[in-house]
Design a protein around this ligand. Structure first.
Ligand code: SDX
Length: 445
């Protein structure tokens, strides 16, 4: 089989242009594959007709070389460690915006002016409450239930309450479902935390900003006034911005695939929460803290670095490595700075966990194995240290990740649903099982 690209006339695809055609020669037949190019990043070979033309599938478990869709939302340059939301560098958004401003950008493609921002904030504020009966769901869980287990359940259950926003073909219903999900995630997350603590649920206050509301619903108690710390609010806002979207990661791809079947938005977001929970993905922030506790002190770092390199040991350095970034994850750089800000604000000097993380990072980045495999700290490496310093329990780390990523999931879900060429996602396989064989009755087996 040979593959070569030659320049031909342009081909029209919804979001891309091309002046090239690749030729695939297989079994004596030549197939033309349009080469599509976007605004940034690698070109793609359009293999939509490959099976019809050559009766073969492509094979790419883990999708390391596969573009599942075209998208205008987020761009990642893994080699250079660049991350753009709708074209804006993540560093600028983290520095100059608040979370709902970035949410508006991801959903609608442009940063809002003051009027549009105020209207968007107003629309979110109007939907922060959940139906009172939803609190009954929490009481069905054990107090020690993992909050991600609760979130998968209660977010999916929203589709049993909001029947007026389930029709995915109705743009207005899609919009109200999107607003409801973004608005209610902090409320439901805080309820999961309060339930685990045996404390009463705290209602949202619509005069507070998104991150202030989240922190207050988590940490306020009815018997005293909750004092909002602007440094912690800013840190939470920045963390939410950094976690809001990340192209076609595992959980976003899950939401797109669920949405492609026509499932309602609440079910799609619940599927994203379930996928995010895995320690290889959003669950890594919780796993990083557990790993740092296991390492215990800097003297044991070499032992764990050795284990991370040992093919016979399934231990991995959590918070290190990334499918796309082969350079520093730009989010980790921002979070390392935020980490110092939060610890300084809280008067936490010489935090043993941070010292351990910094030393682990220093040693790993000098190690030949990590250099050769281009393993750098990712977004999850520092977030857990900040959350812990803020008094957030480890089990809530991925829930906070899910609050932020709900915006990205919805942006991708909306983009997919609005694409006129959209169809149900249905990959094929390389079958290696038994060929057809004769049935043997029970008596003869
Ligand atoms: C997130 O996709 C996204 O964008 C995700 C995310 C987002 O915002 O949505 O960025 C959020 O999930 C960040 C990643 C969080 N996960 C972790 O920190 C868990 C630890 N990291 C690894 O499990 C791993 O790096 C992955 C899962 C993140 C990426 O795995 P890949 O791309 O499948 O790479 P791989 O497993 O094939 O590893 C390549 C090599 C392997 O060695 P060889 O088989 O080639 O000899 O690198 C090694 C791996 O063994 N390796 C590691 C390692 N990560 C990869 N070795 C030790 N420690 C690690 N952390």
């Amino acid at each position: 089989m040979k593959l070569k690209a030659v320049c031909m006339d342009s081909s029209n695809s919804s979001n891309s242009t091309s002046s090239k055609i690749a030729h695939l020669v297989y079994n004596g037949k030549t197939v033309e594959l349009p080469v599509l190019s976007g605004s940034e990043g690698p070109e793609v070979l359009n293999i939509t007709n490959l099976y019809n033309e050559l009766d073969v599938f492509t094979f790419d478990p883990g999708f390391t070389s596969t573009a599942s869709c075209s998208s205008n939302i987020t761009f990642i340059d893994g080699e250079k460690g660049r991350l753009l939301y709708r074209g804006y560098p993540i560093q600028d958004l983290a520095e100059y915006c608040d979370f709902l401003e970035v949410a508006y950008l991801l959903l609608y493609g442009e940063l809002p002016n003051i009027q549009k921002k105020d209207m968007f904030i107003e629309s979110i504020s109007r939907h922060t409450l959940v139906h009172e009966q939803i609190s009954n769901f929490y009481r069905g869980f054990r107090r020690d239930a993992h909050p991600m287990a609760i979130m998968v359940g209660v977010v999916g259950a929203l589709s049993a309450f909001y029947h007026d926003s389930l029709d995915i073909h109705d743009e207005e219903q899609r919009k109200i479902a999107s607003i409801r999900l973004i608005a209610k995630m902090p409320t439901m997350a805080a309820m999961a935390y309060k339930y685990s603590m045996g404390q009463p649920f705290i209602y949202p206050k619509n005069n507070l900003c998104y991150s202030s509301n989240l922190l207050r619903m988590m940490f306020a108690v009815p018997c005293e006034e909750y004092l909002i710390n602007p440094v912690l609010v800013r840190a939470m806002d920045r963390i939410l911005i950094l976690h809001a979207d990340h192209e076609q990661n595992a959980s976003t791809s899950t939401v797109r695939l669920a949405g492609s079947s026509g499932a309602n938005p609440f079910a799609c977001i619940a599927s994203g929460i379930a996928a995010l929970w895995g320690p290889a993905h959003g669950g890594a922030n919780e796993a990083v803290l557990n790993m740092l506790y296991e390492i215990g002190n800097v003297d044991r770092i070499p032992e764990f670095i050795k284990r991370a390199k040992d093919k016979n040991d399934n231990f991995r350095l959590m918070g290190f490595g990334h499918r796309v970034y082969k350079n520093y994850d730009p989010r980790a750089t921002v979070l390392r700075h935020t980490c110092h800000e939060v610890l300084d604000e809280l008067g936490i000097k010489n935090d043993p966990l941070l010292n351990l993380a910094l030393e682990l990072e220093r040693i790993a980045l000098q190690d030949e194995y990590f250099i050769e495999k281009k393993l750098y700290p990712n977004v999850d490496f520092y977030s857990g240290i900040i959350f812990k310093a803020m008094g957030i329990p480890t089990s809530m780390f991925t829930v906070l990740f899910a609050i932020a990523r709900t915006v990205g999931w919805i942006a991708h879900w909306q983009e997919m649903i609005s694409d006129p060429t959209q169809k149900i996602g249905r990959p094929r396989q390389l079958y290696c099982g038994k060929s057809e064989r004769e049935f043997v009755s029970l008596q003869k087996r």
